[in-house]
Design a protein around this ligand. Structure first.
Ligand code: NAP
Length: 308
C-alpha cells in the first residue's frame, strides 16, 4: 500500500465535536489536545493535577486563542475520581463524540498502588480507562458516529515487556517486574479495545473503537527510567511529540473506520514516521484472553457494562 503521509492537516474540521482526552497536560496528550483545539473541537482536558493542567491550557491558548478547552479533574488511579469525572462531565455535556484513552504511567521502579490497592500500571493504564469508558458509554450511544480511541504501545508485543497477561498475579503482588507490568497494561489496552469493538458490533451500537501506538516519542513517560534512558536515549532517538501524536489523532478522527483499526508509525520498525495501519500481536486478538480479562476487569472495578 502507498504511504499516505497522514498528518494533522488531514484532519477535517471538528467544529461541534466534544472530545475527552486523558493525560491531556503532558507529552502526546498535550500535543493531541492542541491539534484537536486547532481543528475547532470542544476539548475536555482530563488531568489529575489542576496546576499542570492550567499550564497546558495556557500553552495552547498562546498558540490558539480561540481554542475551546475545559479542564476537568480525573485521577485514573482512583475509582471515586473517575466516577466523579463521569458524573460531572455528563451533567455539563449532552454529547461525547470521541473519548481518547491516552494517559499512562510507565515502569515505576518500585511497586506502587492505586487508591483502591491495584498495581499502578494495571490500575491507571487499564482498569481506570476500562471504568471511565464504561461510565460514559451511555452518552456516547446517544452521539452519532462516536469513537473510542485507545493508546497502546509497541511494548504490548515485546518479550522484555512480557507480551502477555499475568493472570496468576495480575496485580504483581508476588514478584514485581516494572517492565512486565507496563507491557501487560499495554496489551490489556488492546485486548480491551478489540473486545469492546466486538461487543458494540454484536449489539448493533454505532460506536467505533480504534487503537494506536506512538512509536518512540520524546515525552515525560520515561522519567523513571534513569538518566541514560530518559535524558540521552529518548532525546537522541525519540521522535518529536507532534509526530508521536499522529497515530492517536488518526485513530480518533479518521472518518469511516470499520472498528478495531490499529495505527502506528511506519518507519524504523514502527519507532517513528507517519501513521499507517499496523499489526498488533496475535495475542491482542485472542478472543478467549480478551473475554477473561474483561470479566476480571468488571469484577475488579465493580462495574458491569450494559450494551442494551
Ligand atoms: N512516549 C512514548 O514513546 C510512548 C511509547 C508507547 C506508548 N506511549 C503511551 O502514550 C501515552 C501518553 O504518554 P506520553 O508519552 O505522552 O507520556 P507523558 O508525557 O508522561 O504523559 C502521560 C500523561 O498521563 C497522565 N497520567 C499518569 N497517571 C495518571 C493518573 N493516575 N490519572 C490521570 N492521568 C494520569 C500524566 O499526568 P501527570 O503529568 O500528572 O503525571 C500525563 O498527563 C501513554 O499511554 C503511554 O503508555 C508512549
Amino acid at each position: 500500500m502507498e504511504p499516505t503521509n497522514w498528518k494533522a492537516d488531514d484532519i477535517p474540521s471538528l467544529q461541534g465535536q466534544t472530545i475527552v482526552i486523558t493525560g491531556a497536560n503532558s507529552g502526546i496528550g498535550l500535543e493531541t489536545s492542541k491539534v484537536l483545539s486547532k481543528k475547532g473541537a470542544q476539548v475536555i482536558m482530563a488531568v489529575r493535577n489542576l496546576q499542570k493542567g492550567k499550564q497546558a491550557v495556557e500553552e495552547i491558548q498562546k498558540e490558539y486563542p480561540d481554542a475551546k478547552m475545559d479542564l476537568m479533574v480525573l485521577d485514573l488511579a482512583d475509582f471515586d475520581s473517575i466516577k466523579k469525572f463521569a458524573d460531572d462531565f455528563k451533567s455539563k455535556y449532552p454529547q461525547l463524540n470521541v473519548l481518547i484513552n491516552n494517559a499512562g504511567v510507565m515502569s515505576p521502579p518500585n511497586r506502587e498502588t492505586t487508591k483502591q490497592g491495584f498495581e499502578i500500571q494495571l490500575g491507571t493504564n487499564h482498569l481506570g480507562h476500562f471504568l471511565l469508558t464504561g461510565l460514559v458509554l451511555d452518552v456516547m450511544k446517544k452521539t452519532p458516529n462516536s469513537r473510542v480511541a485507545v493508546q497502546s504501545s509497541l511494548a504490548h508485543k515485546m518479550k522484555r515487556y512480557l507480551a502477555d497477561i499475568n493472570f496468576d498475579d495480575l496485580n504483581w503482588e508476588k514478584i514485581y517486574n516494572k517492565d512486565h507490568a507496563y507491557g501487560q497494561s499495554k496489551l490489556a489496552n488492546l485486548l480491551f479495545a478489540y473486545e469492546l469493538d466486538r461487543k458494540l458490533k454484536a449489539n448493533n451500537i454505532q460506536i467505533t473503537v480504534a487503537a494506536a501506538h506512538p512509536g518512540f516519542t520524546k515525552s515525560n513517560l520515561q522519567k523513571d527510567q534513569g538518566f541514560i534512558i530518559s535524558e540521552i536515549v529518548v532525546r537522541l532517538l525519540g521522535q518529536k511529540v507532534d509526530m508521536g501524536a499522529l497515530p492517536i489523532l488518526r485513530a480518533a478522527t479518521e472518518n469511516n473506520l470499520k472498528g478495531a483499526e490499529y495505527f502506528g508509525p511506519i518507519k524504523s520498525n514502527e519507532m517513528k514516521g507517519y501513521p499507517e495501519l499496523v499489526k498488533s500481536s496475535e495475542k491482542s486478538h485472542n478472543i478467549e484472553l480478551a473475554k477473561k480479562l474483561w470479566e476480571i476487569s468488571e469484577k475488579l472495578t465493580g462495574f458491569t457494562y450494559k450494551f442494551n
